[in-house]
Structure formats: structure tokens, C-alpha cells
Design a protein. Sequence first.
Length: 254
Amino acid sequence: MATYKKRGYKPKTQEEKVDALEQNSTTAEVFNTLDQSASKTEEWAVRNQKYIMIGVGVIAALVLGYLGYKKFVAEPKASEAMNEMYTAQQYFDQAVNSQEKDSLFTLALNGGEGKFGMIDIVEEYSGTPAANLANYYAGMSYLNLKDYKNAVKYLGDFSSDDEMLGPIAKGGIGDAFVQLNQPDEALGYYETAAEMKTNEFTTPMYLFKAANVAYSLGNADKALKYYNRIKKEFPASAEASNIDVFIGRAEASL
């Protein structure tokens, strides 16, 4: 068995000499193996250098292409879409505060004065923030025009983390399903709308709507839970003004 030798030690016996030769031979083999592996790696790199450079070039092109697209295509397109949507948005705002709601909501959807409507924005500028927002305006316009299937379609394509718009869009889908006589679907959307953001406006409003639908479905227990939450957490809300009446009705149905 080989033993530890101090530096500078020279083997004296025949056995020690044989041992030293074996160690030197093993070390040499190890280094030869490493040299061969390194050589093969270098040969592979040389042999495939063309493909390696192509791969690096493709990655670089993709990165630069994305950055270029974002700066020179996506951002200008998004800005253009917002400008194009201005007139349709004005029609929508006027409709909310006007007696001529139907005609103005229709103009908001289809456009007027040679300008795009919300539907045009969705189709022409797909993927932009303006198109996403246009889905909201289109959905709410259809809801006001009593076209409930299209209201569900466009509001379903809208997404937002906004404190108000997000819950109102989900709640709008719930309103449409109520009108389509699909209360189970309506309840689910009202519950989602109530839980999306906690505030003094949308949360009690959609808790109240969810409670009413739950009660109509025979689920007085769930209705009571939502009524009690309104009374406890949102006592200053409009929905809380007569909440004891609804609580009493739900309790009587248990």
C-alpha cells in the first residue's frame, strides 16, 4: 500500500521504487485523459463554431428584435390606438350623462364623424392597452343597449387590476347573466366582483347583488352571510341602509 512521503524523498527499496513508478504512471494517465477531453472539446468547438455563432446571432437578433418592436412598433401603435379611441370615448361619456343613451352608446360602439368606434379599436389594435380598454367600453355599451350576449363577450375579454374597473366589469357580466336568466353564472361573477378589490363602493354593491341572487336560488344561508357582512364591514354604504330588512327575510327562510 502506498504511504505518504515527504517532499524530496527518494525511494530506496525495490518495493518503494515500483510503488513510485505506479503512482507516476497513474498521474500521467489522468493528465492524458484530461488533455484528450480538452482536445476533443476544442475540436468540437472548432468544428461547430459556425453553428455556435449562428445560435448566438439568433438569440441576439431575437432580443434586439423584441426591443426594437417594442420601441418602434408596439409603443407607437399603442399611442395611435389611444388617440383613435378618443372620439368613441367621448360618445360613451356623453351617453352616461344623457337622455339619448341608445344613440350615443351605438356611436361609441360603431364610431361616428369618420372616427373609429370601440369595436374598430378592438379589431384594429389588438394587444394594445387601448384595445383592452375598448373591450370594457364596448361591453358596458352593449349592456346598456340590452345586448347581453355581446356584453358578456366584450367584458369577458377585458382585464384590469384597477380598483373600480376590474370589479365593475365582472359585475357587469353578472348583470348580463341575470338578464339572460342564468342566475348561477350571475352569482359567481358577483362573488368575484365583490372579492376582487375591497372598497366602500363596489364591494358592498356586489355583495348585495350576490346575496339577492343567492336568496332567489334558495340559498338563504349564503345570502344571510353576505347581508351580515355588509352590515358589519360597510355600515355607511347605500346597501346597508335597509339591510336589517334583508337580514330578517333571510333568517326567516332558514
